[in-house]
Design a binder for this molecule. Structure first.
Ligand code: NAD
Ligand code: TYD
Length: 353
């Protein structure tokens, strides 16, 4: 018999947000057993979790959520009380180049997990499937207004369409089979361990190496940025207190035009790197716009704050400074994740166990 109060499967735990969620849960809940289920794609990196790896309540399982056999095996091995589902293909530009990879992981993979819950959970009491999604399912805003939980879905990229499909599947399993689910849609995250293909880590890295800073179109698109640890805290609160069958928006009330954000980063980095004022901004290069580029995302997180008491904790400038410091101190990590060397190393370590 397990001595743990709960066993929770967290999919995509080796990725950016997943690794922060795992770190929070493993440390905050030593009486929970946390099983990280991850296929270790280019975006998954066990080096993100080397601090929690030795802890007794943390387990890594190398598995593909699209593979029914592998998922069924995990559900027979562990008595999961809950699944927190983050595994996904997550980069819009990649979804434009290779949409089928997104349909496979984000739609089929979510379907496989939902089906495994439906089949293996004999009774649904005290079980929970928590699906992590994005505000991009709501489409694009004009100059004003916010996404609320009742905004109609209007996804416009293969990424957001695949996430919207998975959201609908989650709600369909709730309505049709009574599966206990909860769903959250979050705005753009930033912080440590963010794969350097996304705007903020890409710009930081390019500034360090004096490379051009590719700003799409006129740089006027707006994103609402949230400190990743605040997202992880919201996930903790929603997992424990969210109402079943409900969805919650998560966002920082922190809108930035891309060009203003890149200029701010340039100013921070000039200081950190002891470069002349204005030198990093000279690297800004306007490039061809992203196809179907959504103009603006902005979240109204009132439901989450009034119902469950969550608030973002960090001011953006402070969070950006912390993020820049982390990248400056972890250039080895950037090298590992961009060369793929880490995957071989860590996969070898696990195979030796
Ligand atoms: P990420 O790309 O950094 O990590 C994804 C993780 O999923 C990786 O560890 C990868 O190995 C794993 N994975 C991919 N395919 C898999 C498969 N078939 N089987 C098992 N594991 C697989 O992503 P992220 O930015 O951490 O995003 C995590 C989740 O949060 C995603 O569902 C994303 O849609 C959602 N989200 C992200 C943001 C954001 O700003 N990054 C905002 C809102 C919501
Ligand atoms: P990104 O980090 O890819 O997140 P998302 O597309 O999911 O919001 O991009 C954030 C914004 O930055 C988006 O408007 C596209 C823009 N962008 C650039 O201008 N240049 C870049 O090199 C990248 C990666 C993004």
């Amino acid at each position: 018999m397990s001595t743990y109060h709960k066993t929770i499967g967290i999919t995509g735990g080796a990725g950016f947000i997943g690794s922060h969620v795992i770190r929070l849960f493993v440390n905050k809940y030593p009486h929970y057993r946390i099983v990280n289920i991850d296929a270790l794609t280019y975006a998954g990196n066990l080096e993100n979790l080397k601090d929690v790896d030795p802890l007794p309540n943390y387990i890594f399982e190398h598995a593909d959520i699209c593979n029914e056999e592998q998922v069924a095996h995990l559900f027979s091995k562990y008595p999961f009380d809950g699944i927190i589902h983050l595994a996904a293909e997550s980069h819009v530009d990649r979804s434009i180049m290779d949409p089928l990879a997104f349909i496979r992981t984000n739609v089929l993979g979510t379907g496989v997990l939902l089906n495994a819950c439906k089949k293996s959970w004999k009774a649904f009491a005290n079980k929970l499937f928590y699906h992590i999604s994005t505000d991009e399912v709501y489409g694009s805003l004009g100059e004003t207004g916010f996404f609320t939980e009742t905004t109609p879905y209007d996804p416009r990229s293969p990424y957001s369409a695949s996430k919207a499909s998975s959201d609908h599947l989650v709600m369909a399993y709730h309505h049709t089979y009574g599966l206990p689910v909860v769903l959250s849609n979050c705005s753009n995250n930033y912080g440590s361990h963010h794969f350097p293909e996304k705007l903020i880590p890409l710009m930081i890295n390019n500034i360090i190496h004096n490379k051009p800073l590719p700003v799409y179109g006129k740089g006027e698109n707006v994103r609402d940025w949230l400190w990743v640890e605040d997202h992880a805290r919201a996930i903790d609160i929603i997992f424990h207190k969210g109402r079943k069958g409900e969805k919650y928006n998560i966002g920082g009330h922190n809108e930035w035009k891309n060009i203003d954000l890149v200029m701010l980063l340039c100013a921070i980095m000039d200081k950190k790197l002891d470069r002349a004022k204005g030198s990093s901004a000279k690297l800004i290069t306007y490039v061809k716009d992203r196809a179907g580029h959504d103009l603006r995302y902005a979240i109204d997180a009132a439901k989450l704050s009034t119902e469950l008491g969550w608030q973002p904790s960090l001011q953006f400038e402070e969070g950006l400074e912390k993020t820049v410091d982390w990248y400056l101190q972890n250039q080895d990590w950037v090298l590992h994740v961009t060369t793929g060397a880490y995957q071989q190393y860590y996969t070898d370590q696990y195979q030796k166990r």
